[in-house]
Design a protein around this ligand. Sequence first.
Ligand SMILES: [Zn+2]
Length: 378
Amino acid sequence: MKNSRTLASLAAAVLVAGACSDAPTSTAPAAEDADQQLRKQVEALGFRGDMVEDFGDYVVVEGDIRLSKAQLLTARQAPAGGAMGPRFQFSTTALVGSPKVHQIRVDVTGLAAEPDWQNAARTAIGLWSQVPNSYIQIVEGSPADITFALGCLAWNWAAQASWPAGGDPGPTITVNRDNCIGFGLNNQQRLQNMVHEIGHTLGFRHTNWSALNEQNDPAHTQIGAVHIPGTPGTGGDPGSVMNGGMALNAWAGFSANDQLAARTLYPLPVPSLAVAYVSGQPYLTWPSIVGATFVVHRKYSSQGQDEFGWFTGDGSAGTISNVSSPFTDTGWTYTGNQTCYWDQGSGYWLEKGYWYTLEAQFPTGSTFSYANAEVGDC
Ligand SMILES: [Zn+2]
């Protein structure tokens, strides 16, 4: 995450202005052609072409997103109409695969020399792993998918991250060393930066394109990026941790739309339940899901008419926890009836329907699958 205008104006008096990362670097004609080429490749990915910094093997765009030259060469072309534009919660087409997103391992040992940053990184991976109903799970481990390191970046950057590729998260997050960064940060600001940079490695782009002055250009909307459904319109989301240029913000939690974006891009997998009958007993099967534990619920619905009027409701005939597929249910018996109907005279009646609910439980929520059960004892 790069720190933007406010700090730049404060710090310019005491720091070398030429270090500003936004300045174009080359004016030589031959190099200009190469720069133009690079700019087009970057814009084809939907990033701003006017914020490209060339570091040889890789470029940095929008201040803190690292793209390898190899990524640029293999990137798909954006639709015609220009680059830039997206300013809501959004991602590019490069995302982390599943179940990889549930098995991300990180190495934070490279931050050991600056323990405040290391603590912030550790807290941040926990925060991403607790977003309700998102499949994102990140732990420390080896081999690492994301390696945190200290580096010496431009004075006005706090940190930078790389983008996902090939179904893997962005492999690097570089934190600006204390003796390179041009401003002081407290621990809540460090945490904000670490949550933000991890977001980039998961494929989240900057939320606040409007603050980056793209909002008045109709040709530059949502090209080369995927607007995440349900996240805000042109009003943006000031509370989003994925806003760019906010390195001085203190961590204040994920916004509601950040959470929506996380569970939309990386939803919990939904199980798929099938019921057969073997030797008179229901025989339940489902494909395994990484990270899930399963609970089987025997369920029935009732509706009818009695002296008090019409009624309806669901009931439970038992719950079985920690089940794995295949599961033979000895608590219900095959009868061939999914529903039963009883005429109770005087206009009164009762109807019951029987089914199974398979619940897949994850650290951040549950998903469900339903299948009828032919167990009605009519
Ligand atoms: Zn950023």
